[in-house]
Design a protein around this ligand. Structure first.
Ligand code: NDP
Ligand code: OXD
Length: 315
């Protein structure tokens, strides 16, 4: 009764199955929905975007492992069994996100989109370049990912602040928290990086009203948004409006309320938008499976599971 079921939609299941079989050769690996066998034998589920009700048949389930750092896709199932939900915390995933955030902060800071446009027109023209120390970056979400990105950007010399739910203290980072701290955080932020989880409290938080509160008269002469958290944090139409009204000078978006981003979305062709296909910090089977197998071994040896999410707060 210790089988592990893979409940995966939206991703190719084959590399995950191969990796679980290689990393845990003694483990009985089942595949939802067609190769489940007797569901009473399933003790663990590893899931990405599980369809609602998918875990209902697993009467002896002991834990659910999200295959990503975010758990909103798992929590979307209103009929989830009352078992611990473990999310991915992995240094490789964290560093991939920090690479992405650093790349796009620097892209906006160094005006790379402007130089790309000039290159296409054969224009040789240099623009004034502020120092990193003159530019305010603000990171929404000071968790595992937000903290690492904040530290790296601070080392590059940016003036970095962060916003979280509870009060935090991080050396060299100006920390704001809660609804009471949000406006002051936004008012000093020129490059806004969003690394929040999607929860009922954060849904749609990146709307026009919020984007209008960003600092536009700083060294960069405008405000920029980088969202690599979740698509449902943002209101796509409001981002287009913010760009068109110059509340934003540019946006990098890795995530969208509907993925893949529909062909009809005006974001695709907007000159102020840089789009990536939800790949800022992909879960790599080799790394994620090693982490989950290690968690199961810990659990079966009588130690607690790590990185269990708090269902009440949704992350
Ligand atoms: P953590 O749980 O470690 O951190 C979440 C942070 O968000 C915490 O600082 C938390 O505050 C803050 N937060 C949550 N709710 C609120 C709120 N209502 N108001 C203010 N702050 C809030 O998560 P990670 O850093 O590991 O990951 C963050 C998110 O990144 C994931 O949930 C996922 O959605 C996304 N992600 C995206 C990927 C991609 O490829 N695009 C890849 C991996 C993750 P506090 O510190 O007070 O708890
Ligand atoms: C994650 C993701 O949550 O890849 O890890 O989106």
């Amino acid at each position: 009764m210790t089988a592990l079921a893979l409940v995966i939609t939206g991703w190719d299941v084959a590399p995950w199955e191969r990796r679980f079989r290689a990393a845990a050769p003694g483990r009985d690996i089942r595949l939802w929905p067609d190769r489940l066998g007797n569901p009473d034998e399933v003790a663990y589920a590893a899931a990405w975007l599980p369809p609602p009700g998918a875990f209902g048949a697993f009467r002896n389930l002991r834990a659910i492992f999200s295959l990503g750092a975010g758990v909103d896709g798992v929590l979307a199932d209103r009929a989830l069994p009352q078992v611990p939900i473990v999310r991915v915390v992995d240094p490789n995933l964290m560093r991939r996100m920090t690479e992405y955030v650093t790349l796009h902060v620097l892209m906006h800071h160094r005006r790379q989109r402007l130089y790309d446009a000039q290159q296409r027109q054969g224009v040789w023209h240099e623009h004034a370049q502020p120092r990193a120390g003159e530019v305010n970056v603000g990171i929404m979400g000071l968790g595992v990912l937000g903290r690492d990105a904040a530290e790296v950007l601070a080392r590059l010399g940016f003036r970095v602040a962060g916003w979280s739910r509870a009060a935090r203290q991080l050396p060299g980072i100006e920390c704001f928290h809660g609804a009471a701290g949000l406006d002051a955080f936004l008012a000093r932020t020129e490059i806004l990086v969003c690394l929040l989880p999607h929860t009922p409290a954060t849904e749609g938080i990146l709307d026009l009203a919020l984007l209008r509160k960003l600092k536009r008269d700083g060294a960069l002469g405008g405000a920029f948004l980088i969202n690599a958290g979740r698509g449902r944090l943002q209101v796509d139409a409001d981002i287009v409006a913010a760009l068109d009204q110059s509340a934003l000078a540019g946006a990098t978006l890795d995530v969208f309320p509907v993925e893949p981003l529909p062909a009809a979305s005006p974001l695709w062709a907007h000159p102020g938008v840089t789009i990536t296909p939800h790949n800022s910090a992909a879960s790599v089977p080799e790394e994620t499976v090693a982490y989950i197998v290690q968690q199961i071994e810990r659990f079966e040896a009588g130690h607690g599971l790590e990185n269990v999410i708090d269902r009440a707060s949704g992350y």
